[in-house]
Design a protein around this ligand. Sequence first.
Ligand code: PRT
Ligand code: ZN
Length: 296
Amino acid sequence: MTRLKIAIQKSGRLAEKSLRLLESSGLSFARSKDKLFWFGRNLPVDLLLVRDDDIPRLLLEGVCQLGIVGENVAIEKVLESRARRPDARLEPLLPLEFGHCRLMLAIPEDETFQDVNQINGRRVATSYPHLTRDFLARHGVEADIVTLNGAVEIAPSLGTADAIVDLVSTGTTLRANHLKAVAEVLSSQAALYRCPESLDNEREALLAKLLTRIQGVQQAAETKYVMLHAPRDRLARISAILPGAESPTILNLEGQPDRVAVHAVCTEQVFWEHLEELKAAGASAVLVLPVEKMLA
Ligand code: PRT
Ligand code: ZN
């Protein structure tokens, strides 16, 4: 029987959210002891748990058909493999709204920054040599790229580099090392990627089904079911406040001819401000309920 394989990070910043997304999409796995390969129990979809750096290669080589990895890693590894295969590419299917970070050029905090040109002829330490080379080339800058696999942020204080290109989320690491971010190389988040090859019909259908479910999970996370009571003559005003709601359901309230119950699916975030506005417009008994699954 044809099966699909999905590669996700085994442990690290993306591991838990990647697994949760797949499980919320209805996949369940028999967790094996060695924890590298989990067999899909309810659908023919298995999981490969690996280092995030290996995920792009597993997709490029067709070992896995889907993978969840940071855009930073996916793009870097695709650029790297172009030395061997100039046509190497990965198809991003969906940004996943977690693992947000920025790949930044950073320099010692006591140096003044004018523009990227001042890096010309200097040494830049990074774990992302290909993205860095592309970025510098875009700015017409030639620099000596020092590739390090970790602890990039200490390179300037060790004297092995004049600047770094590294991932930043809160900026704490840069500050602790007396560095400051001065230019953005890439803004990144986790994304779902597929292998470049087309698959047989059965697998393409399975992949499409999974994609629809994952999109449904993402949409449901934002979506709320809102119920409230409202004066019949304020319906237009109230419907206008409900964020992202299409044609709400209106129900009669027993013994209250002037008031109705309004039920609406709000596809955009419902904030406290919306509830306060609804109340001011005459709504009462306002309830906001989470939506677990959606199939548009
Ligand atoms: O073992 P494996 O190779 O699988 O994991 P890893 O150690 O290579 O990666 P991991 O788990 O640290 O990160 C996985 C992915 O998470 C990255 O490729 C990014 O897409 C994303 N991500 C999001 C981050 C960060 N935020 C982040 N802050 N990856 C790394 N960092 C580092 C950053 O470089 C800095 O050194 O975390 C440190 C703290 O950041 P600040 O700015 O909050 O201080
Ligand atoms: Zn890694």
